[in-house]
Write a protein that binds this ligand. Structure first.
Ligand SMILES: NC(=O)c1ccc[n+]([C@@H]2O[C@H](COP(=O)([O-])OP(=O)(O)OC[C@H]3O[C@@H](n4cnc5c(N)ncnc54)[C@H](O)[C@@H]3O)[C@@H](O)[C@H]2O)c1
Ligand SMILES: [Zn+2]
Length: 361
């Protein structure tokens, strides 16, 4: 195989066909990949992703109908921003057969993807994630949306991008902290769904951290493959798709209890995985050597800031978690590296105990 040839990964089938391309240098050639029924594009990007957006703009040339500036603070992921984006699109003369190109992190792909879902009852969009979290997670799987004052991601739609370009060169300007936090999600995908990938990516951790392109392509491409396969088995998140939430049961509580902003999402997930390893050892027969292998990679991705461990504070957030079903907390446990299961019988107290003893060193 030609090493330079991009990998094509179908993410979901018709009627919402979505294709991810994974390769270095795709940004420069992005015009060959993007889809728009009219051939015209609305290019939306935040200032932080301007280097990547500039490559895309050069590639698209006169096919760009309008450039729409987007603010990518989490607090700007609102209906008011959706209105501003659709106003700009309409003012530029956008039509039903035009398509968005969205360049940015998860905030931007969620926000503009949702604007695409409702403009003219849905126009096509193309995603260029510029964070590791976006590549491994936010831009894959079709969920778009915005926050409501009563909670995160309460308003949204399933509206997969037609095309997702995963190009490690889009990460060139990403901060070290955001880079590492997002990698937790990529490794998480390997741990729940691809033992061989997990083994390769553990050995190449130093190369991944050095942003070596081949190592990143292997990990990020593998992560997209795992997420795509899981999403294909459960597009609307009723059952199997929940295994993607490995580390998120406690992770969400740690993120919220510490106050959003203290821990990055991926950092909270790293601690959540550390706790899930304890419970998986007891309940899912996870071998000590597997738990240790996962912990070693997480330690290498860190060190991450200390999380909230106070059971009083965490209990309320765990009880409120949206993955709590009538039967109990939907917890994701690891059987072995590469295979996860959902267990709805883990009591909150067991998570609180795991949070007390979890360690990443
Ligand atoms: N739709 C989904 O399935 C899904 C899944 C996971 C997360 N999300 C959402 O994604 C969001 C988080 O996304 P994220 O982790 O990518 O964070 P983010 O979008 O907030 O980006 C993180 C930081 O990196 C900056 N940045 C982005 N690209 C850059 C680049 N190339 N160079 C320099 N700086 C850059 C941003 O300005 C920001 O400060 C949340 O709103 C979350 O709800 C959605
Ligand atoms: Zn996550």
């Amino acid at each position: 195989m030609n090493a330079a040839a991009p990998e094509r990964i179908p993410v979901s089938g018709p009627p919402h066909e979505s294709t991810a391309w994974v390769g270095a240098g795709l940004l420069e050639r992005s015009a060959e990949y993007f889809r728009s029924p009219s051939g015209r594009f609305l290019l939306a990007a935040p200032r932080a992703a301007r280097a990547a957006a500039e490559s895309v703009r050069r590639a698209l040339g006169p096919a760009v109908l309008a450039e729409i500036a987007v603010d990518d603070a989490e607090g700007e992921k609102t209906l008011a921003s959706v209105e501003r984006i659709t106003n700009a699109a309409l003012a530029a003369g956008a039509r039903r057969d035009d398509a968005f190109v969205v360049v940015g992190g998860g905030v931007v792909t969620d926000l503009v993807g949702f604007a695409a879902a409702i403009l003219f009852r849905g126009v096509a969009w193309n995603a260029v994630p510029t964070t590791t979290a976006g590549m491994a997670d936010a831009a894959i799987g079709g969920k778009t949306g915005v926050n409501h004052r009563l909670g995160k991601n309460l308003l949204g739609a399933f509206h997969p991008p037609a095309v997702i370009l995963v190009d490690p060169r889009a990460l060139a300007t990403l901060s070290e902290r955001d880079f590492r936090a997002g990698l937790v999600e990529a490794y998480k995908d390997a741990w729940i769904g691809d033992a061989a990938l997990a083994a390769r990516a553990a050995v190449r951790l130093a190369d991944v951290l050095a942003r070596d392109e081949a190592a990143l392509l292997d990990l990020l491409g593998g992560s997209v493959r795992v997420k795509a396969a899981v999403v294909a088995s459960d597009p609307k998140e009723g059952g199997r798709r929940r295994i993607l939430n490995f580390g998120h049961t406690l992770g969400h509580a740690l993120e919220a209890a510490g106050g959003f902003g203290r821990l990055r999402h991926g950092e909270a997930v790293a601690w959540g995985i550390a706790a899930a390893l304890e419970i998986s050892r007891r309940r899912a027969g996870l071998a000590a050597s597997d738990a240790e292998a996962v912990r070693r990679v997480l330690a290498g991705l860190g060190p991450f800031p200390e999380p909230e461990r106070d059971p009083q504070r965490l209990r309320a957030y765990l009880a409120r978690d949206k993955k709590t079903t009538a039967r109990g907390l939907a917890s994701v446990l690891l059987d072995t590296i590469g295979s996860a299961r959902i267990d709805e019988t883990v009591p909150i107290e067991e998570w609180l105990e795991a949070a007390r003893i979890m360690s990443l060193s």
